[in-house]
Design a protein around this ligand. Structure first.
Ligand code: AMP
Length: 456
């Protein structure tokens, strides 16, 4: 189905064409018609599925259909709340891209930077405001933002907002919105608090579900190194001596861990930066842009800092620590192997992380390929292969799987898709799905011999 069928304005279609999007992604196909009709929407879709365009295109279309000003100045007609600065910037960029021929004006506000330029942009007047909750509340407190004119409200990544402790802030912001408005809420998972929030926020919503992303990108090789904590840094340095690793995004569980890895690599002469919640916005932006430009070769990040990052051309993702939630593995490796490009995910697994590994393998219905005979191999006996259960049902119930289904199966119209699609804005002329079936259902671990520098 081409984009033309939605009835979007020629200005928007032109921008979409300039972005080289030819086919809407599943979430776009399902959400856009309803948003255009002014319906409330509850969407379960993650970053990477084309979710931003699913709300940004119809919002731009609806707002651009008639301009609205108060005393000659534009007023905020759409508010998009999102949990992190990086996501806010990316969403702002997308509104800029998709709306470039519409004359709609937007700005992005987030904390950690001077409020002055944001204040000035607001004073000039904007139609669309993309914000993180803390800075928005600050500016509202200073009477620099007035939300009484909002027509369309988007609550993005609601579950992540909850995890980050934003629920009270969100409720305070919502109190200031007009009761008569269109609301779009997106959440990858549906814990009970989100279900309650959605019930209080949405009126007769259309539900759009793009299945939980349990399938990793097709073109990613999954390599597993059994290595104990004390040897992980040495192993990483050894791997990075191989210039087949063009660039690598390295995930650690904690901020301190990220700093430690950064220091170790830096001492070894590797160009590296770390991003996490303790870094200032300026530091994070500089690190990210240096990484994208190739000035640094390694970016170390925690999950929250890396969430939603759109990095093109990433050769390796390294799970220095395995994530506590298996879904995070899929998010992490979704940063490589984008748009049909191949990539490698390298995971380090210490003895005490083995249950986490089993969770990941069960979620993907796939064994990671063990790299044997590397110089820092764990002295512990290799783990027995993870046993899979039939289908993709995980061994123990996790809220992620249970509540999404429960919430979506409950009431209302459900538009669902079982094939999540990952896309990249650099997909050339076509959105190319890069996810697919998980792989083998059982069997022995694959073995992959270690290929150090000396063996090349
Ligand atoms: P999002 O989930 O909104 O963060 O989008 C992920 C990536 O997909 C971004 O780089 C978008 O530019 C890109 N994208 C969104 N929709 C499409 C589409 N229909 N075709 C190709 N790329 C797309």
């Amino acid at each position: 189905m081409p984009f033309q069928q939605f009835g979007l304005s020629p200005e928007i279609l032109r921008a979409v064409q300039e972005m080289h999007y030819t086919t809407p992604t599943p979430v776009q196909e399902k959400a856009i018609p309803h948003v255009l009709q002014g319906k409330d929407l509850l969407g379960s879709a993650q970053t990477g599925t084309g979710k931003t365009a699913a709300f940004a295109l119809p919002i731009l279309h609806r707002l651009a259909a008639e301009t609205r000003t108060v005393r000659g100045r534009r007023v905020v007609r759409s508010l998009v709340l999102t949990p992190t600065r990086e996501l806010a910037m990316q969403i702002g960029e997308s509104f800029g891209d998709y709306g470039r021929h519409t004359g709609m004006r937007h700005t992005v506000i987030y904390g950690g930077v001077s409020q002055r330029p944001q204040e000035q942009a607001l004073l000039k007047g904007v139609d669309i405001l993309v914000a993180t909750p803390g800075r928005l509340l600050d500016l509202m407190g200073q009477k620099l933002v007035n939300l009484s004119t909002v027509e369309i409200f988007v609550l993005d990544e609601a579950d992540r907002m909850l995890d980050m402790g934003f629920i009270v802030d969100i409720r305070r912001i919502i109190e200031k919105l007009p009761a008569k408005r269109q609301t779009l809420m997106f959440s990858a998972t549906m814990p009970s608090e989100i279900v309650r929030l959605s019930a209080s926020l949405l009126r007769d919503p259309v539900r759009v579900q793009v299945a939980a992303d349990a399938a990793p990108a097709d073109d990613v090789d999954h390599h597993l190194y059994y290595v104990e904590k004390a040897s992980k840094a040495d192993l990483l340095k050894t791997l990075l001596a191989d210039d087949e690793i063009k660039n690598a995004l390295v995930f650690t569980r904690t901020r301190h861990g990220a700093d430690r890895v950064e220091r170790t690599l830096s001492r070894a002469g590797i160009r590296v930066e770390a991003i996490h919640g303790d870094k200032s916005q300026g530091e994070r932006e500089r690190a990210l842009s240096a990484f994208k430009k190739g000035t640094i070769r390694v970016l170390v990040a925690t999950d929250i800092a890396a969430r939603g990052l759109d990095i093109v051309d990433l050769s390796h993702v390294v799970n220095y620590d395995l994530p506590n939630e298996p879904e995070a593995y899929i998010h992490r490796i979704g940063r490589t192997g984008r748009a049909g490009a191949s990539g490698t995910a390298i995971s380090f697994c210490g003895f005490e992380e083995r249950p986490l590994l089993a969770d990941i393998e069960r979620l993907m219905s796939k064994h990671l390929t063990v790299v044997s005979g590397h110089p820092f191999a764990s002295p512990a006996k290799p783990a027995a292969p993870t046993v899979f259960h039939t289908g993709r049902t995980p061994s123990k119930p996790r809220p992620f799987m249970i509540s999404v289904d429960a919430a979506f199966l409950s009431a209302g119209r459900t538009v669902s898709s079982s094939s999540p699609t990952r896309v990249s804005r650099h997909a050339g002329n076509e959105a190319r799905p890069t996810s697919g079936p998980g792989g083998r259902k059982s069997g022995h671990r694959d073995q992959f011999p270690f290929r150090g520098r000396s063996q090349r």
